[in-house]
Write a protein that binds this ligand. Structure first.
Ligand code: XMP
Length: 326
């Protein structure tokens, strides 16, 4: 019979035997899957796992700092954090096409990850040991999906959860979650004593806020969206709805409209609020958020976020809409 305890025990034993005295690296995203995979492998081989966490410039507000703290202090992981936001934003300048954004971010991520992995590899080699393993939080649905449907819209997934290893690095793959569904991964995470903050986290796309900023992604627009997004998530949590909705977030539109603030006329950005209910992200219904929650979200965004003077609620389900706007 499948139980979390049994799964953890047998996985830890298997990984320990596989890796032997070798080293492993793991890309962290801050999400459930990569975190659970990392914690499992760390149980098996301890400090011989090095995690790499990259700031791609399109993370949520304070996420780069917060994830580092959680991973190091609460989960005891050995984390190399790389702030590459400027490098990503420079590459994103002038890019407005959604798939092009994904491509740019995916390629840049691989380049940064590769650099860091090489550094770790060199350091370990000089101490007479060899890094031989790459840990990935691939789930069973990722395995299915990358063999069929989504294709180019999941560039990061296809590169970084399944295959796509840098050609000159002879890394062997460890995918401890390959046979599992999301709810099983959450059960394992809980059993491993991981905090709710990570276990219950809503999915967040690899290309991050870049696919929620319609039009060009600039540092200024990222900062505006981070503020609005934080308010949406905050209020959804306060209303006790964070676990009930599959995803809830803000989208920054390339549309300016006229407003009035005090006795001043404003002319500023529009923000769309999106909240959906779903089992797996393949289909989704827009969430019937209580008017009170929408009211608070709207008034807080308009009064607290400089640069946004209008908020709209997205009432499109999937299909025919998608969850993300890009
Ligand atoms: P859509 O917008 O296609 O999204 O309805 C379905 C689910 O996939 C996530 N998503 C992505 N995840 N890289 C990712 O890692 C991507 O490029 C990407 N695009 C969409 C989306 O957040 C939703 O959960």
């Amino acid at each position: 019979d499948w139980t979390p305890e049994h799964f953890i025990q047998s996985t830890v034993e298997r990984v320990r035997a596989q890796v032997g005295t070798g080293h492993a690296i793991c890309g962290l995203s801050g999400g459930v899957d990569s975190s659970v995979a990392a914690v499992l492998v760390a149980r098996a081989i301890g400090d011989r796992l090095t995690c790499i966490f990259v700031n791609n410039g399109v993370l949520r507000k304070d996420e780069f700092q917060k994830v580092q703290t959680t991973m190091r202090e609460q989960l005891g992981l050995n984390v190399v954090a790389v702030d590459s936001s400027e490098r990503f934003l420079a590459k994103l300048a002038g890019v407005t096409d959604p798939e092009q954004k994904r491509k740019v971010i995916g390629n840049e991520f691989i380049a940064v990850f590769d650099d860091e992995a090489k550094k770790i590899f060199e350091a370990e080699k000089s101490s007479g040991e060899e890094i031989a393993w790459l840990v990935q939080g691939t789930l069973y649905p990722d395995v299915i999906e990358s063999s069929s449907v989504h294709g180019p819209s999941h560039t990061i997934k296809s590169h970084h959860n399944v295959g796509g290893l840098p050609a000159d690095m002879k890394l062997k793959l460890i995918e401890p979650l390959r046979d599992l569904f999301k709810d099983e991964v959450r059960r394992i995470g809980r059993d491993l004593g991981m905090p709710d903050d990570i276990i219950e986290r809503q999915p967040f796309p690899g290309p991050g806020l870049a696919v929620r900023i319609l039009g060009e992604v600039t540092a200024e627009r990222v900062a505006i969206l981070q503020e609005a997004d934080q308010i949406v998530v905050d209020e959804i949590k306060k209303a006790g709805l964070y676990r009930k909705v599959w995803q809830s977030f803000a989208v920054l539109l390339p549309v300016k409209s006229v407003g009035v603030m005090g006795d001043q006329r404003t002319y500023a950005n529009t923000c769309a609020v999106r909240a959906v209910e779903s089992e797996d992200g393949m289909t989704a219904d827009w969430a019937p958020l209580p008017y009170e929650v929408l009211r608070t979200i709207s008034s807080r965004i308009v009064s607290e976020v400089r640069g946004i003077n209008r908020v709209v609620y997205d009432i499109t389900s999937k299909p025919p809409g998608t969850i993300e706007w890009e």
